[in-house]
Design a binder for this molecule. Structure first.
Ligand SMILES: [Zn+2]
Length: 259
């Protein structure tokens, strides 16, 4: 940081004091400079110092208070709980992976865009696998955003949301359910037989089905549907179903078919 009004030493000293946690007013008094000068050096230095360093040290909404895009996070939380994986790959760096079926290229794009929006300091990459595409991103802070990560599979341990996660999922229940449905759910035609007037009659109607082995995740799905005013029920021990016509129509406004 070059400031023609002040010697280099003063600026450096002020930055060191700021780094120690002193507030701008104290730094200004100690260095005998104006409050404005301290603010300018402190905020300016963040932009002009080594960018990579700043990126690395200010990348996390939980550790560094970086702003988190709540809409993108609500969707990504749904995707992660449905079918996401976090693995520790090298010292302290976590890989978040989502596996997206190749039948729905739009969802691959949406997953990649959402990951990039939630963690803009990490790049997103893709890997082609048999029938699906792995969308992944590396960060030391994926664990901060998805503290549900733990040993074993999700259905073998308790999955509870942190209060801040619950707040976001309740703020955007439609996006949260959209993420769940886009990963482990589907909107398909259900065919049922009704017998009356002496013969069988077949009916087809659309329904949503969210299938997951974790009772906790099924409960979260149900709670979000209730918040949306969408009727739902357990159709099996491991599936939440939305089948009533008005409920399907209402959910279409938030989710819709995969694309
Ligand atoms: Zn963090």
């Amino acid at each position: 940081m070059v400031d023609p009004m002040h010697p280099r030493e003063t600026v450096d000293r002020a930055l060191r004091l700021s780094a120690l946690g002193l507030v701008d007013r104290e730094v200004a008094d100690l260095c005998g400079v104006s409050l404005g000068a301290v603010q300018k050096w402190r905020t300016g230095s963040r932009r002009t110092n080594n960018d990579e360093d700043v990126r690395r040290h200010h990348s996390c909404p939980r550790c560094h208070g970086r702003e988190l895009d709540h809409e993108a996070y609500a969707y990504l939380l749904g995707l992660y709980l449905g079918d996401g994986h976090i693995v520790l790959c090298r010292k302290g760096v976590y890989q978040l992976s989502l596996f997206c079926g190749n039948d729905w290229p739009g969802l691959i794009e949406a997953a990649a865009d959402t990951m990039a929006t939630v963690m803009p300091t990490s790049s997103v990459s893709r890997r082609s696998l048999q029938g699906c595409t792995e969308v992944k991103s590396y960060s030391k802070h994926w664990l901060c955003l998805f503290p549900q990560h733990g040993p074993g599979r999700k259905h073998e341990r308790r999955i509870t949301l942190e209060p801040w996660q619950r707040e976001i999922s309740e703020e955007h229940p439609g996006l949260f359910v959209r993420g769940l449905m886009h990963s482990d759910g589907c909107r398909s035609m259900n065919r049922v037989r009704r017998h009356f007037n002496g013969s069988d009659h077949w009916y087809e109607y659309p329904r949503y089905l969210f299938t997951n082995e974790s009772r906790d995740i099924l409960e979260l799905c149900g709670e979000a549907l209730t918040l949306l005013g969408v009727d739902w029920r357990y159709s099996r021990h491991n599936a939440v179903s939305v089948a009533r016509r008005e409920a399907v129509e209402r959910l279409d406004g938030f989710v819709g078919p995969k694309y």
